[in-house]
Design a protein around this ligand. Structure first.
Ligand code: ZN
Length: 432
């Protein structure tokens, strides 16, 4: 795929998908998730799974399914002053159905606003407590001074299903690389249509590879309950997960942030940090904490999977987070493409991070005779390609991976990988 499209084009295509998905009202259940996954299916062969309401999932059960047909608040003149059709953020996500005339005071008791950001609509949910509500800008709420209002929430909260999408791309081994992205947020772009777009294009890239060492699994799931459902229904398969990342917030202008797995020293933790260290751009690394996205479930002690999270600005750390300002202007094609490129580098490093054995371990092999050494003797410093060859030969004792060698040599992984390939071609090295 990278051969077919430039990074600029890919960023633009990712943004197009985000634009297409943006108007859909998603939640942890309902037709918005189905519609979203069906659009993703136009790009990759996702399998859509349905988990019935009431299924026991460890300490949780699948909730009733929520769907919205219309919702508004009308003033004394019958004019819609808060309208779900204008922005799906206006309705408290999972609000119970209602058709009632309420006093101004009662309406205000059910409004959510952001006094600190008075022009933005907040995004609020109430999945597990039954209540009704609307989200409006603080400025708009101040204008709602009529004595009464008519509230219509034409929604259903009924026995149905929880929907998630899954794609498995087989490789040479059953060992898996696992990518998880949440698909439950309504009209919000960075959190997390950017994650959906990135996983879609990363899956396209991986499917395009001619050989794969690992099997790759992508899950597009509603946050928390979807991850819990996937783990509960696939517990036996989790033993195949060798490396994993939770994909979110990958389209904003901020620098990349890596949140380590609970283990902290898993191969995925080392690989992502290596890629970021050699990227030439600013980045940050944070230790695991049991707060954030679905790494909370994957890294719960009963699973303790090697799953970290690679984002740009972390959740809650940008002012547009969970507001109407997390829109199509916050996420931009170059940042989407840059994030995708980092994920691709992580995949390539995982694929190539193997152990080798030096077949000529007693003293250095004569590289010059094989045309592997610079013809110019006596230079002050070896070139980085020579240095990489010397390190690979010295540390390829069957114990060290190429990543171990790259870190020890303080060289980028690619240099060490290229050196190893060259040495294999010249029968000086073989894979263990
Ligand atoms: Zn969120």
């Amino acid at each position: 795929m990278t051969e077919l499209l430039s990074p600029d084009d890919i960023g633009v295509e990712m943004h197009h998908l985000i634009r297409e998905l943006y108007p859909i009202c998603r939640s942890i259940t309902g037709d918005g998730v189905r519609q979203t996954l069906r659009i993703v299916q136009q790009h990759i062969p996702l399998v859509i799974h349905e988990v019935p309401t009431g299924v026991q999932l460890f300490d949780w059960t699948t909730p009733r399914e929520w769907n919205v047909h219309d919702a508004y608040v009308a003033n004394v003149h019958g004019e819609r002053v808060i309208d779900f059709r204008a922005s799906n953020l206006h309705l408290l996500n999972y609000s119970t159905p209602l058709r009632a005339r309420v006093s101004r005071e009662e309406l205000h008791a059910h409004l959510f606003t952001l006094p600190e950001q008075p022009d933005l609509i907040p995004y609020r949910t109430s999945y597990y407590t039954e209540r009704w509500g609307f989200c409006v800008s603080h400025a708009q709420a101040a204008q709602l001074t009529d004595p009464y209002y008519d509230v219509v929430i034409d929604a259903s909260l009924e026995v149905g299903h929880l929907t998630y999408g899954e794609l498995v791309i087989p490789g040479a081994s059953q060992d898996e690389v696992f990518f998880s992205t949440h698909c439950c947020h309504p009209s919000l772009c960075n959190d997390n249509l950017s994650g959906i777009a990135l996983c879609t294009w990363l899956a396209k890239y991986i499917a395009f590879l001619s050989t794969r060492r690992y099997t790759y699994r992508f899950v597009f799931i509603p946050g928390t309950i979807g991850a819990i459902a996937w783990l509960a229904l696939h517990e036996a398969e989790t033993m195949h997960i060798r490396h994993g990342l939770v994909v979110a917030c990958v389209g904003d202008p901020g620098s990349l942030h890596y949140k380590k797995s609970r283990r902290g020293d898993a191969e995925i933790d080392r690989v992502v940090q290596h890629v970021l260290r050699w990227s030439g751009a600013a980045y940050a690394v944070r230790d695991f904490s049991p707060y954030g996205y679905d790494e909370r479930q994957y890294c719960s002690p009963g699973f303790n999977l090697p799953v970290g999270s690679l984002t740009r600005t972390p959740h809650g750390c940008y002012p547009e987070y969970h507001t109407s300002a997390d829109d199509l202007t916050l996420v931009q094609p170059p940042y989407l493409a840059d994030s995708l490129q980092k994920y691709i580098q992580v995949v390539e490093t995982l694929e190539h991070n193997r152990r080798y054995l030096n077949l000529n371990p007693k003293c250095e092999p004569q590289l010059g005779r094989r045309g592997l050494y610079s013809a110019l003797g006596g230079r002050k410093h070896a070139g980085s390609a020579e240095l990489a060859m010397l390190w690979v030969l010295n540390l390829s004792d069957g114990e060290h991976t190429l990543l171990d060698i790259a870190e020890r040599a303080n060289l980028p992984f690619d240099d060490v990988f290229v050196a190893a390939q060259l040495l294999v071609e010249h029968d000086l090295l073989r894979e263990v």
